[in-house]
Design a protein around this ligand. Structure first.
Ligand code: KE4
Length: 428
C-alpha cells in the first residue's frame, strides 16, 4: 500500500523543487522517501500515515521545550488576537532585546530579523562597514545560512581566496571569502600574519553542528580571539544553533570566549521565524538609521514570533534546565556508545549540552577531514533502521541531533533498544 508520505512526495515534487522547502528534508543524502508530518507534541511526531516517532531533529534546534508546549502555544494565540504584524516598533521587541542582552552580555545592542541566514548576512555587512575591509574568513564544514558570500569553499591553495560552493554565486563575491580548516591553529596564525589587516571579520560556529557535531580545541578559539583583537578583525560567533542550546549563555559562556558580535536564531523564535545579530555598541552604531550600513526587514521583530521566542527563553531559565537537558542527552550518547560496543560496530557519539553527534568512526572527529572519513554507508543503514523503529534522526551524516526538555527516560530507553536492533543488523 502506498503511504501518504509517498503520495505527498510525488505530488510535491511537481510544484516544489525536490518536493521540499529546504534541501536536507528531501532525504537525498540517506535515500528513501521523506516523512511528511502532521502533528508534534512534546518529544513525539506523527506522520501523515499516523506513525509515531521520537523526534531528535526538533526542527533543527528550535523546539528545545518539545513540540506544542502549552505556554508557547498560548502566548502565540494571545499575540495573534492583537494583529499578526505592525511593521512598527512594539514593546515586545524591547523586552526581547533586554532579555538577550541580559543572557548574552556581549550583545550590547541587538537587531532582530527573520532567520539565521539574515542574521549572519547582516552581521558580516555590519563588520565590513565598521572595518572598511572586504575579506572574511569562515571554516570548511561550517554553515552560516545561504547568503552568497558564505556559500564558498576553500580555494585551490589552502591560503587562496574562495571559490563558489553553489551555483549562482559569482566568483567576484567568493573571492572575498577565505575558507580555513576548523581547529587548525597554525593555519589561522599563518593566515593572519599574511592577511590580517585585510580581514573584516571571522565567522565561526563555536561548536560546529553542520558537519555533524565538532567540538573546538580551546587553544584554537583562544588564538582566534587574540588574532582578531590584534588585527582589528571582528570575531563573529554564529550561535544560531548553539545559542540557548549548549548553555543558557551559549557557547561563549561555556568556553569563556567573548566575541565582538553574535548571531542567534532557532531557539529564540521557539519555532517561529526569528533571527538576531548583535554585539559591541560601537560596531552596531554603523547600522542605519544611525550609520551608513543598511539592513531591514518587513517582519523583523514580528510580535507573534517574538512572543513565541520570549516565552521559550523564559522557560529555559528554569532552575537546572540545562543540567537536566545535558544529562538526558548524555544518557542518550552513553547508551548509544554502549549499544554499538555490544554489537562490535565501529561507532562513537558525544554531546555538548542538548546537541549531539553520531559518527561511524572509532573516535569523535575534530576536523572536516576526520568527518569526511566516517562511514556514511553505515550511517545511512543505521538511519533507516532507526526510522523504521520510529526514531527520527537527522537525514544526513553531516547534521547534529537535538534533545528537548520533553524527552523522557522512557524515550531514551526506547531509542537505545531501537539502536540495539539497528547495530545488530549492521554487524551481521
Ligand atoms: P536559517 O536561515 O536556516 O534560519 O539559519 C541558517 C543557519 C545559520 N547558522 C547556523 C550555525 C545554522 O545551523 C543555520 C541553519 N541550520 C540548518 C541545520 N543544519 C537548518 C536546516 C535547513 O537548512 O533546513
Amino acid at each position: 500500500m502506498t503511504s501518504h508520505n509517498q503520495e505527498l512526495f510525488e505530488k510535491s515534487q511537481q510544484l516544489i523543487p525536490g518536493g521540499v522547502n529546504s534541501p536536507v528534508r528531501a532525504f537525498r543524502s540517506v535515500g528513501g522517501t521523506p516523512v511528511f508530518f502532521k502533528k508534534g507534541l512534546g518529544s513525539k511526531l506523527w506522520d501523515v500515515d499516523g506513525k509515531q516517532y521520537i523526534d531528535y531533529i526538533n526542527s533543527w534546534g528550535p523546539m528545545i521545550l518539545g513540540h506544542a508546549h502549552p505556554e508557547v502555544v498560548a502566548a502565540v494565540q494571545q499575540a495573534a488576537t492583537n494583529s499578526l504584524s505592525f511593521g512598527a516598533p512594539t514593546g515586545l521587541e524591547l523586552e526581547m532585546a533586554e532579555l538577550i542582552n541580559r543572557l548574552v552580555p556581549s550583545m550590547e545592542q541587538v537587531r532582530l530579523n527573520s532567520s539565521g541566514t539574515e542574521a549572519t548576512m547582516s552581521a558580516i555587512r555590519t563588520a565590513r562597514g565598521f572595518t572598511g575591509r572586504d575579506k572574511i574568513i569562515k571554516f570548511e564544514g561550517c554553515y552560516h545560512g545561504h547568503s552568497d558570500g558564505l556559500l564558498v569553499k576553500a580555494g585551490s591553495g589552502l591560503l587562496t581566496f574562495g571559490e563558489p560552493d553553489s551555483g549562482g554565486v559569482p566568483a567576484s563575491v567568493a573571492q572575498h571569502t577565505l575558507t580555513l580548516e576548523y581547529n587548525n591553529t597554525q593555519q589561522l596564525e599563518d593566515t593572519f600574519k599574511r592577511l590580517g589587516d585585510e580581514v573584516a571579520c571571522v565567522i565561526i560556529e563555536p561548536v560546529v553542528g553542520n558537519m555533524n557535531l565538532i567540538v573546538p580545541h580551546m587553544a584554537f578559539l583562544q588564538t582566534l580571539r587574540a588574532l582578531c583583537t590584534q588585527y582589528g578583525s571582528v570575531l563573529i560567533f554564529d550561535e544560531v544553533m548553539t545559542g540557548f542550546r549548549v548553555a543558557l549563555g551559549g557557547a561563549q559562556a561555556l568556553y569563556g570566549i567573548t566575541p565582538d558580535m553574535t548571531t542567534l536564531g532557532k531557539v529564540i523564535g521557539g519555532g517561529l521565524p526569528v533571527g538576531a545579530f548583535g554585539g559591541r555598541k560601537d560596531i552596531m552604531q554603523v547600522l542605519a538609521p544611525m550609520g551608513p550600513v543598511y539592513q531591514a526587514g518587513t517582519l523583523s521583530g514580528n510580535p507573534v514570533a517574538v512572543s513565541a521566542g520570549l516565552t521559550t527563553l523564559k522557560l529555559v531559565q528554569a532552575p537546572q534546565f540545562y543540567e537536566k537537558l545535558t544529562a538526558q542527552t548524555t544518557k542518550l550518547t552513553t547508551g548509544l556508545n554502549a549499544s554499538a560496543a555490544k554489537a562490535g560496530v565501529t561507532f562513537s557519539a558525544q554531546n555538548v549540552g542538548g546537541m549531539f553527534g553520531l559518527y561511524f568512526s572509532a573516535n569523535c572527529p575534530s576536523s572536516f577531514s576526520d568527518m569526511m572519513a566516517s562511514n556514511r554507508v553505515a550511517f545511512n543503514q543505521f538511519f533507516h533502521s532507526m526510522l523504521d523503529s520510529g526514531i527520527y534522526l537527522g537525514p544526513s551524516a553531516f547534521e547534529a541531533g537535538f534533545v528537548s526538555a520533553a524527552h523522557s527516560d522512557a524515550d531514551i530507553a526506547t531509542t537505545i533498544a531501537a539502536a540495539d536492533r539497528a547495530f545488530a543488523s549492521l554487524s551481521m
